[in-house]
Design a protein around this ligand. Structure first.
Ligand SMILES: *[C@@H]1O[C@H](CO)[C@@H](O)[C@H](O)[C@H]1NC(C)=O
Ligand SMILES: *[C@@H]1O[C@H](CO)[C@@H](O)[C@H](O)[C@H]1NC(C)=O
Ligand SMILES: *[C@@H]1O[C@H](CO)[C@@H](O)[C@H](O)[C@H]1NC(C)=O
Length: 378
């Protein structure tokens, strides 16, 4: 365990003061569910339902779950809203399996959105032209969607996010807690959760990016993304395996660019940041004054896979938010789970792993408990 040094504390203070000056009254606070009578009739509820949403003429789909009269009812209401984004090349049902926020014990409205295909290239794909589902902000996720033009469909995952929230509002009315909207994501989906928090976080109460490549839009190796500008402090809980081969914990000099006619603008650069520096940058953005770095979590060990857990925590922040960064020693590119899931049974979705490589903790449970501490302040 390394202790806070005066110098880093001052740096964090200074960054925080710049980042959220004048915005101290906005943000998130701990609060209880607001129980009480609802003004709208009880919704039917969503139970593993595919829903299509028109976003600027483009048909988008989500897999949705949620309580209601036709599915199951639960207390307390209003229900929290959790939007959980899959990784590149994955599906909504894959993310449903990984994050299972629709478990009844969580009593939440849960949406697993499906990404449109992007045409791109990363370091191990030698030619431009691999078609995979993806989210905006990643350089391989071309702004123009291939196979739909010309003129090609223009991807707008941010408008899709807004449309999802509107759909929840329409379906659930006062049964949904619009001040408790949480965004989780795995890998490219984690990148998108971070992207929303940086550029479009007004309605977001907290984020949970897992194993994310955050693609700073710069060719230089910077400690923080100078373009990330949240309008209020945002609680962050993050997990990353230090043996992740797809998204390296130390960051990578490897950078990816979007090339070809589907890029707009062409040549967008994305560099994967060092994870501890990325977490520290969120501590700075949130004006956190205190930190504990890389402290062992003794109960979170997994003898079967040799994994252990270390927590970095930034606290004493504006809006009473907190930043938690869990490093899984020997952890892979997985959604941490004590049980078998579609990540730990497969190496990068290709090779089967038997037995599964189990994690040190249930990320979903930790994320949910973290989310419940924060409500968006009006
Ligand atoms: C939802 O759509 C996907 C993709 O088209 C399909 O594979 C899946 O079976 C559908 N799920 C449900 C519950 O209808
Ligand atoms: C996810 O998939 C695994 C098998 O890969 C299965 O054992 C598990 O029950 C599934 N979990 C959920 C929540 O669907
Ligand atoms: C990329 O290729 C290198 C060299 O072939 C290999 O060692 C590495 O594991 C690959 N990375 C991924 C993410 O597939």
């Amino acid at each position: 365990m390394r202790l806070t040094t005066l110098a880093t504390t001052f740096l964090i203070l200074a960054l925080g003061a710049i980042a959220v000056a004048g915005d101290e009254t906005r943000g998130t606070v701990t609060s209880d569910h607001k129980l009480g009578p609802r003004s709208d009739p009880m919704p039917t509820g969503w139970s593993k339902r595919n829903i299509t949403i028109n976003v600027g003429g483009v048909e988008r789909t989500v897999l949705a779950d949620g309580p209601g009269s036709g599915t199951y009812s639960c207390e307390p209401v209003p229900y929290p809203i959790i939007i959980s984004y899959h990784g590149r090349g994955a599906t909504a049902s894959h993310m449903r399996n990984l994050s299972h926020f629709h478990d009844r014990k969580y009593c939440s409205v849960v949406v697993y959105p499906k990404g449109l295909d992007g045409l791109g290239r990363d370091s191990n794909e030698t030619s431009f032209g691999t078609l995979k589902s993806c989210w905006q902000g990643a350089p391989y996720c071309t702004p123009r969607v291939p196979g739909t033009g010309p003129p090609e469909t223009i991807r707008d995952d941010v408008a899709f996010f807004d449309a999802i929230i509107e759909r929840v509002r329409t379906e659930y009315g006062s049964w949904a807690a619009m001040d408790r909207i949480y965004v989780a994501g795995k890998s490219n989906g984690a990148e998108f959760a971070n992207y929303l928090a940086c550029y479009h976080g007004d309605q977001i109460a907290a984020i949970a990016p897992v194993s994310g490549p955050f693609y700073y839009a710069t060719a230089g190796l910077l400690d923080a993304d100078p373009t990330c500008s949240p309008r209020h402090p945002i609680p962050v809980i993050n997990f990353h395996g230090d043996a992740d081969r797809a998204v390296k914990y130390q960051g990578s000099g490897r950078w990816e660019t979007c090339e070809g006619p589907l890029c707009d603008p062409p040549g967008r650069v994305g560099r994967i940041p060092n994870l501890p520096k990325w977490a520290a940058a969120w501590g700075g953005l949130n004006g956190c004054r205190l930190q504990e770095l890389d402290v062992a979590v003794p109960e979170a060990v997994q003898p079967s896979s040799g994994q252990e857990t270390f927590l970095s925590r930034y606290y004493g922040c504006n809006g009473d938010v907190e930043v938690l960064h869990y490093r899984t020693k020997n952890g892979l590119h997985d959604w941490p789970s004590l049980n078998e899931n579609e990540d730990n049974t497969h190496d990068d979705k290709t090779f089967e792993l038997t037995p599964p490589v189990l994690g040190t903790m249930d990320a979903t449970e930790a994320i949910f408990q973290f989310f419940m501490r924060f409500t968006l302040r009006p």
